[in-house]
Ligand binder design. Structure first.
Ligand SMILES: [Zn+2]
Length: 130
């Protein structure tokens, strides 16, 4: 099994919120909840919030030896920009179809288009519109 697959299997198994960004995996620190970046190629990670660091092995040991209070922190969600963009687009489209006033509908459509041009500029690697 490729290392990346092992990393994703770990986060799924322990229901830890994560987000892949190229060769990195972002997840909430199991000790303090801050955003942690793990390098997929060697699984090294360190937390800027509490200073904890390690690799997948040490993360696994942390989960296995954690108490209920630590488990709670695992349920903290990592901010996932692609999901957020999809939700914003979904809500905007919903507002566009519900708009009774034609001027409001046109204005919303204009905002929707401008927002997605901006997001494509800021996040080109995430591709098209949600
Ligand atoms: Zn931390």
């Amino acid at each position: 099994m490729k290392l990346a697959a092992v990393v994703f299997a770990f986060f799924k198994k322990y229901k830890i919120s994560y987000y892949q960004n190229h060769d990195e995996v972002l997840f909430p620190c199991l000790l303090c909840g801050s955003r942690v970046t793990m390098m997929i190629y060697n699984t090294s990670w360190d937390c800027s919030g509490c200073g904890a660091s390690g690799n997948l092995q040490s993360l696994h040991e942390l989960v296995q030896h954690s108490d209920e209070n630590t488990i709670c922190l695992q349920r903290k969600k990592i901010y996932h920009p692609k999901h957020e963009r999809n939700q914003i687009n979904y809500r905007l489209r919903l507002m566009m179809t519900r708009a009774k006033d034609k001027r409001n509908a046109k204005e919303l459509e204009s905002i929707y288009k401008k927002l997605n041009i901006l997001l494509a500029y800021l996040m080109p690697e995430d591709g098209g519109t949600g």
